[in-house]
Design a protein around this ligand. Structure first.
Ligand code: KG4
Ligand code: ZN
Length: 384
């Protein structure tokens, strides 16, 4: 079974093709086009610019992905009027994507792809629609089923992604129930997972997401965007005990988080300090990172104990953070719970994770046709 994954929920345009055989998988291609340079001057993602870039980049990335997977074969052909009208209707709001689609896709022999998986949400609505409509048009043209995937479920399954064929015994090294700590630019969630498609959200952030806090603090320190990688780099040479930042909600019994207060504490410290030298910046980064990691790890470990989980999965863009990976692994070992984080090349947004999540969803969903394909910017975890 070959699955095409499409991801456009934020500022990464991504297409991947994943093959699943005898319950093991191989990534045939995994192309990610990052828009970091475009959004960087604004210190965060600008939705309209993200959507414009998706329109421009989807087709070239799609073709590159097919070529890499050796599924790209050309033919001579143009669309008939009926097909052309239908495609134009699908891309009503994405004229550049429509133009690129009509120019390139008629020339491609429909590849051996069994399923088209796309991110339906959560994410930026105007960005999501590009991926949704791209999936819709391909599904119509190639008569292949399209399956909507929750972006955060994709992050969870990034834990199982490996570059080469993953043999079933390797996949089995985790056991349900899993406790997922999903930390990204838009989300901070603790999600219990009892089986594929069986979830219970037990906690989330009440204000800023963990990645968002990294991005905002980096902006205050004028370090650039995205903040996570830069802050962790600066933190490597800083003293995590230099500043005693608050650990918001760490002692509260619930599993929610709050990072806005921590960000504000950094803001007031900067006001007091005035001019900053490199050493102070490094110390602020190290102390801030330490505070974020303490809260995330402490609550995750407590929840793992209370709900008696067998495995902890860390995922989302912030899961690239070395200190977080190290601390969580150490603490999980202490309570005898298996621990996993994604390989570093799969921590950020990508489409391979969407394709792999679709494989598990498909096995549960069978061939039930999804009638309405739409963007769901506020999509919650739903059981299937
Ligand atoms: O999952 P992701 O790529 O996109 C969203 O779905 O939001 O996450 C992006 C977030 C950004 O806020 C970025 O600053 C953060 O992940 N991030 C990190 C690190 N690398 C990326 N945060 C902390 N440490 C890192 N090494
Ligand atoms: Zn993400």
């Amino acid at each position: 079974m070959k699955i095409l994954g499409i991801e456009t929920s934020c500022d990464e345009t991504a297409i991947a093709i994943v093959e699943v055989k005898n319950n093991s998988h191989k990534i045939l291609s995994n192309i990610v086009s990052s828009q970091v340079k475009i959004h960087s001057p604004f210190g965060g993602v600008v939705p309209n610019l993200a959507a414009r870039e998706h329109q421009k980049n989807l087709l070239p990335i799609f073709i590159k992905s097919l070529k890499e997977a050796k599924l790209f074969k050309l033919k001579k052909g143009i669309f008939g009027k009926k097909i052309k009208n239908k495609i134009s209707e699908i891309f009503k709001k994405e004229p550049e994507l429509e133009k690129n689609f009509l120019k390139e896709v008629p020339k491609i022999i429909p590849p051996e792809i069994d399923l088209i998986a796309f991110t339906a949400g959560p994410g930026l609505e105007i960005a999501l629609w590009n991926g949704v409509n791209f999936a819709k048009a391909l599904s119509y043209l190639w008569r292949k089923p399209a399956l909507p995937i929750n972006h955060l479920e994709g992050h969870i399954y990034s834990n199982l992604l490996k570059k080469n064929f993953l043999v079933p015994s390797q996949i089995k090294n985790f056991q349900f129930p899993i406790l997922n700590l999903i930390v990204s630019g838009g989300h901070t969630k603790l999600v219990l997972q009892f089986n594929h498609g069986k979830y219970k959200v037990i906690g989330e952030t009440r204000d800023d997401a963990a990645g968002e806090a990294f991005d905002k603090v980096a902006r205050m320190l004028e370090l650039g965007y995205p903040g996570g990688p830069i802050i962790s780099k600066f933190a490597e040479k800083g003293n995590p005990k230099a500043f005693n930042f608050p650990r918001p909600m760490i002692n509260q019994k619930n599993y929610d988080f709050s990072f806005a207060g921590l960000k504000t504490a950094v803001f007031y410290l900067l006001k007091d300090l005035g001019n900053l030298n490199l050493k102070i910046k490094r110390n602020i980064c190290a102390s801030f990172q330490d505070a974020v990691c303490d809260v995330l790890v402490s609550k995750t470990i407590r929840a793992a104990g209370e709900f008696k989980v067998k495995t902890i999965f860390l995922s989302g863009g912030v899961s690239a953070n070395k200190l977080l990976r190290k601390k969580l692994k150490e603490e999980a070992e202490k309570i005898n719970v298996s621990y996993s984080n994604p390989e570093l090349n799969f921590t950020g947004d990508n489409a391979a994770m969407i394709a792999l999540a679709a494989y598990y969803k498909k096995t549960k969903f069978g061939n039930k046709k999804i009638k309405i394909l739409k963007a769901e910017p506020n999509l919650e975890f739903k059981n299937w």
